[in-house]
Write a protein that binds this ligand. Structure first.
Ligand code: HEC
Ligand SMILES: [Cu+2]
Length: 354
């Protein structure tokens, strides 16, 4: 009785989840949105074939089953055992050959899609993607710009992601890179570079997520992709290239800088202030970020200050220490200092969410 009730509950839960459109902080997670990229259109085309065959198999099997159950049901008028049948060579050959043909067709279509999607596009912008526990680094090699956890891309221009993980020495964990509604996924393997290409076609902010179990905060290893107009991208990349931090005049920011240099600069880079280390996010353009904690929380003073004070309490397994003894005033000063580093005149917070 209990077991039965439980089964029903699980079934209903499953249905409820299936009916709930995929949402993550207001993002529409449509993995086959045809307007987002040619990649999605290709995958969508493939899915139609696979679902078509699946529907065909379903109808034939359930149809045959229903027919047999009704036709040969017990009527109560039987006087003896019905005639017994032991095998049917013709039938067995048919039900082996037809599925084999279906699988071969799906194999052929999949291989064709894979080769199509793997064609290098001439003139693609190269972005190096590096997965670390538990955040993402993006390096625009053509421009010498590094930006962590948020990727800014121009609409309509092909991008070639060169995906890898860690430094191949001390941080040997495999991640996987997926921009959920646009393209993916490619494994981020330390010491190995894999490729994936896409041309973003729709302006908006996209949700990204690590899709390979990589440790305690795998589920908290997210990122955002900002697809903007070419003009806006040019302003961003030129501003980022030319960026050079200057010592702040404001006393609060000056205090923030002093604290940053003492407590944070050994790990984090800010162009013109500190080198940091590759295994920690670059904070040069933190003022342009819309999220904190690798795509986890909105970049508001409240979340940023909480993060600085106690990141391990927010995100299990982070490789950043907590600062429990730091005064609220000092935390606020550092937060304000981080927010003061940005390319001016750009706001990525009001884009449509995909
Ligand atoms: C031991 C190295 C280390 C030190 C010291 C350190 N951090 Fe971090 N920090 C990290 C790592 C690693 C992450 C990535 C955590 C994650 O998301 O998994 C991070 C993430 C962050 C982020 C979020 C970045 C983003 O894009 O979401 C901020 C902000 C930050 N640190 C600020 C600070 C400040 C301020 C200090 C000094 C008070 C500091 N960190 C000290 C290693 C360090
Ligand atoms: Cu992961």
């Amino acid at each position: 009785m209990l077991q039965r009730g439980l089964s029903w509950l699980i079934l209903l839960l499953g249905l409820a989840l299936a009916a709930e459109p995929g949402q993550a902080g207001g993002h529409v997670l449509n993995i086959i949105d045809p307007e987002a990229s040619a990649f999605n259109r290709e995958v969508r085309g493939l899915l139609v074939w696979v679902m078509g065959f699946a529907a065909l198999v379903f109808v034939v099997v359930i149809g045959a089953l229903t027919y047999v159950v009704i036709k040969f049901r017990r009527t109560g008028k039987e006087t003896s055992e019905p005639e017994q049948i032991h095998g049917n060579d013709r039938l067995e050959v048919i039900w082996t050959v037809i599925p084999t043909i279906i699988v071969l067709i799906i194999f052929g279509l999949t291989a064709r899609s894979m080769f199509r999607l793997d064609q290098p596009t001439p003139g693609a912008m190269v972005v190096e993607v590096r997965g670390w526990q538990f955040w993402w680094d993006f390096i625009y090699r053509d421009y010498g710009v590094r930006n962590s956890n948020e990727l800014v891309l121009p609409v309509g221009r092909p991008v070639r992601f060169e995906v890898t993980g860690g430094d191949g020495q001390n941080y040997d964990v495999i991640h996987s890179f997926r921009i959920t509604s646009m393209v993916g996924a490619r494994d981020a393997i330390p010491g190995v570079v894999t490729h994936i290409e896409v041309t973003p076609e729709k302006i908006g902010t996209y949700y990204g997520q690590c899709v390979e179990l990589c440790g305690a905060s795998h589920a908290n290893m997210r990122f955002r992709v900002k697809v903007v107009s070419q003009e806006e991208f040019d302003r961003w990349i030129e501003g980022a290239k030319a960026y050079q931090a200057t010592p702040p005049a404001d006393p609060v920011l000056a205090r923030g800088e002093e604290l940053f240099k003492q407590q944070c600069a050994a790990c984090h880079a800010i162009k013109g202030v500190s080198q940091g280390l590759p295994q920690n996010p670059d904070l040069t353009f933190f003022g342009n970020r819309t999220t904190v904690g690798a795509g986890m929380w909105p970049n508001t003073p409240e979340f940023l200050e909480r993060w600085i004070k106690n990141s391990p309490g927010m995100k299990p397994g982070v490789k950043m220490p907590a600062y429990p003894t730091m005064s609220d005033e000092d935390v606020k000063a550092i937060a304000a200092y981080l927010m003061s580093h940005k390319v001016e005149g750009l706001d990525f917070s009001n884009l449509d969410r995909f």
